[in-house]
Design a protein around this ligand. Sequence first.
Ligand code: PHE
Ligand code: ZN
Length: 876
Amino acid sequence: MSQPQVIYLKDYQVPAFLIDQTDLRFELEATKTLVKARLTMRKNPESHSQQRALFLDGDKSLVLHRVAINDQVLSDKDYSRTDDGLTIHDVPDSFVLETVTEINPQENTALEGLYRSDGFYCTQCEAEGFRRITFYLDRPDVMSVFTTTIEADKTTCPVLLSNGNAIDSGDSEGGRHWVTWEDPFRKPAYLFALVAGDLSHVEDSYTTMSGRKVVLQIFADKKDLNKLDHAMTSLKNSMRWDEEVYGREYDLDIFMIVAVDFFNMGAMENKGLNIFNTSCVLASPQTTTDLGFQRVEGVVAHEYFHNWSGNRVTCRDWFQLSLKEGFTVFRDSEFSADFNSRTVKRIEDVSVLRTAQFAEDAGPMAHPIRPSSFIEISNFYTMTIYEKGAEVVRMIHTLLGPDLFRKGSDLYFDRHDGQAVTTDDFVAAMSDASGRDFTQFKRWYEQAGTPELTVSDEYDPAAGVYTLIIQQSCPATPGQNEKLPFHLPVAVGLIDDQGADLPLTNGQTTQVLELTEAEQRFEFTGIHGDKPVPSLLRGFSAPVKLRYPYSRDELVFLMQHDSDGFNRWEASQKLGVDVLQSLTAAYQQGEPLAFDARLSEAYRSVLLDETLDPAMVAKILTLPSEAYLSELVDEIDVDAIHAARTFARQHIANALEAEFIAAYERCSSSEPYSPDADSIAKRALRNLSLAYLVETEKPQHLSLARTQFDNADNMTDSQAALGLLVHSNDEVAASEVLAIFYERWSEESLVVNQWLSVQASDPKLGTLNKVLALMDHPAFTMRNPNKVRALISAFAMQNPVNFHQLDGSGYAFLADRIIELNALNPQIASRLVTPLTRWKRYSEQRQALMKNELQRIMDSGSLSTDVYEVVSKSLV
Ligand code: PHE
Ligand code: ZN
């Protein structure tokens, strides 16, 4: 195998040719689809290239039937083909290029390009899927107007969709028909989409702020038509929110969403024709959990917001991916914060960031939010690009405040509308609009790794001066040994011994300190009385790790008094971490485990405080996850962490049993299910209480779970009870509820996925054999990414105890699946490697086993660029 090529940002050159107009005609057949392309092209006046040859990207799977330039058919000496494209040796300055290409959607298991999902035809072109459809300049800075004609069988494909507006249609021979779509907005090929099949839809409309009426349609399989209301409501809320918060109006007369079951990612923002994984669009109380409802809302918003942050203003090259993704994640998380509890949303986002993204930043695939090289761009749709990218935009928002930030985003959209630009352009707009200097801030785009802040303080009561001393550093990451200091906002408050916020230098109770040096002192004057307790990094104002030597008593105090909701939760987490780390150490040394009652007493007072938002109570009473605890130590001892956390949960459950029973009852409701914030909050606390009660292993609490399972009128309560029973030691109850659940939901693919996940994530020993058996279950197929995630990823990523078994069976199982999937679906295969990339964090024994499996994958034959990049970088 030839070594895959590394692509560098520094090698960027403007395209030598441009495409002004793209006319496509698809003649759809399952195994033999013809794609006729007519491209109106010219030399790019901005290119210095003198080349007369034209190179077009095109996958080796394309069968080329015809090439013509200005109606002259070319012979095979006029062009040459390689594995990655087509070179036409000599082309004029401007010309029309025609090609006829044959592709096979039926056999496309990679789900990139044109493929079939349960009988529907659909496309996925980001990042480089269009080159699997036809020969093209498949790069985001080549933007063209598209017309697309789709011709297909009328019975199997009554619905034919593409971007923009339908402008013409008709019948053709042999029971076939066609529709022509025109998208007036110039776009890169990655935003192209086509859908065809026997789809049903719901329809609504939206009137924009300037009074234009937009038709809204959501398409899905007929049996799912009853699960589209929530997506439609979310869409209309998103459209209104983007007008109100960003002044951004929708621009076409129609906006369509299509739900497909086979999809590599969550969803895709194709212009005017978003394509969604069913898991991110379908929602009904019976089949979807509260989390699922919130996910649908967030993803619908995310894809809709891309219409401006991504489509109207797009990326110059794929190194700029975070330009659209970081910004759009920031936009959707603010949207969700506005429509739900802001603090709870922040806690959820930070939890994900601190487990998954921090781990990525500490591993072999660490990269800055604007990488400087890659082998396979599909590997860079990461937590870093998305979530850390969003944190970087959030820091700009924090530094500027909402008004200047809005001025900056207005300038960005106005200045770059219709262009393909860079993250530098984004920051420049923010800087120009605000007059602020972001030179140092831009290091966030260039340096990988999670910065670490070490904070200490001094207090001089006589002078009334309190001083915070903040040091920053950042660990080395691959290719980057030395890091320069970051510019970052640290939001702080000072709390007096009565629990009240002290007024700070800015006259407010929260002040944003701007850290720019490796070490910096910040003085607060006019502080009297006892030494205040600092509330640091309020709202998690920067994506960093922060150390300050809080005592456990101070953490309990902050849990009760901090006026910043996020930091109240953060104090509970820090206390939980401290307690669990002591327990882990005791377990490792074979000492008896002793529980610090301060934690359960703090929980008790939170649980008894009925004025608190139940959703917040549920968050505070959730111990730091095993994943987060793993992130905090140098060497991860899977079994010790699991044992410590289980011990703590049992202890808390027994100590607060009466309070949990009361909370469970208090949060029960006779109202019909509704996914509103208040009801979601109550269910969260109720199910958390049930989980603790089941932890006592008392039969009456297991019966309570069973009663809830039997009586639930919604998936949130049903699934919560199912998980508790399946993970309990009551084997009989477990197999009973699993059978009932499957029986009830076997026709609902997404629900069956939850059924698979609940089994794959069971921490009891022996789960691997159950997972192996489930691979042969009719509900499972390796071809559907949702099934792979539900079973294989759930086992490898949500079941540390079983995955990390010391006989290496979990690692070998995963490696086998990666090798299998490498041939079927490289993107999904590559994502599955993640747990093995973390080998350096485990004991020597586990390291050896994990590395062994990575090597076995490496040696297994023809690896995709996707898998090759992750495995080879992990073995360094
Ligand atoms: N651009 C999509 C999003 O984040 C994600 C995606 C990437 C989907 C690549 C498919 C393929 O909104
Ligand atoms: Zn996105």
